[in-house]
Design a protein around this ligand. Sequence first.
Ligand SMILES: [Zn+2]
Ligand SMILES: [Zn+2]
Length: 420
Amino acid sequence: MKLNIPRGTFDLLPGQVEKWQYVENKIRDLCRSYHFSEIRTPIFERTELFQRGVGETTDIVEKEMYSFEDRSGRSLTLRPEGTASVVRSFVEKKMYVEPQPTKLYYMGPMFRYERPQSGRYRQFHQFGVEVFGTEEPDVDAEIIDLGYRLYTSLGLSGVKVELNSVGCPDCRPNHREAMVEYLATKKDQLCQDCQSRLNRNPMRILDCKKESCRQATEKAPRMIHYLCSKCAPHFEAVKEYLDELAVPYEVNTRMVRGLDYYTQTAFEFVLEGKGGGSLGGGGRYNGLVQEVGGPDMAGIGFAVGLERIFLALEEQEITLPVQTGVDCFLVTLGSEAKKYGVTLLKKLRESGLSAERDYLDRKLKGQMKAADRIQAAYVAILGDQELQEKKIGVKSLITGEQETIQLDHLVEYIRNGRKS
Ligand SMILES: [Zn+2]
Ligand SMILES: [Zn+2]
């Protein structure tokens, strides 16, 4: 019986995985420079956490969660996103008693039961940051800057930030009322999803991509015109700080993001041009910490998809400077040389170089071919005769240059060669 990979998942094989490692390292370096610390939470949580922390009326909770009962009958869910878990940990570990803010980042697989379509996976990967304990607008701008810099540092062009404010529990009801009133005569023009949103979360109708819904909401009231005396200056200040940081952005009054818990700032990283679209985004969630059982404490964060980054890199034909091959391939000829070879290989590896050899008892030609295939920078050739004379042959597979050197100079020789 042939066993295939589950639908909506993929293997990361050698050749691709190095690119992932490169991007992951970039993310870690970037987070370190902005003084964010990594947090690792479990892959699964109690289902209730996502119902409360993501929101009952979101697509995620309504139709996309991987929920299951464990052997004791508890309902658990494979995490569909990162924020709820991080907030849960922030509350549970009482991180809020420490001096604030708390700046955390995470990276790893998430799970959603998506309809299979291109670029959508059931196990996908996200990188995200969360900042707790400050409502200051410069923090909003700073994390937007961090996300933006990830894309530019990878060489991507055409990335822009879309920005909006979704208000707060004080000012949102006014907008909601205006929306409901405006859409009262237009209900028939809305798609099924939006008709059900009408009573629960009418603001999200603005974000619907269906043409009929967009037309119906063309002149619908926008939240930024209903912002209260707290939210309006906050929005203005975020824009000013983004200008200060030279992050290009555009106000998009339709963009509200899919999650129920956002307050004030909402933003999205968008790729323009061919194969464009949303790369990810986030926003402020000042009520979420309390919702998950903590104190009334502000929070803000974003999450971006790693698969989207690789698609964008491919579309823009960007080659990442990924290291492949090995520094040295050791060819041995004769039984004495083969035996000593294992020690020599170990010496090369202990010195921090990457080194490989033949494991199939190939002849000289076969070993040289293997060295070529794995893109070795150097081949070192040791025969029984050379071993007796404490010498070894070295050949650069890059320049073709060849010479015989002292056996105990090999490590230094390869190391110097690697630098040049
Ligand atoms: Zn407000
Ligand atoms: Zn719609």
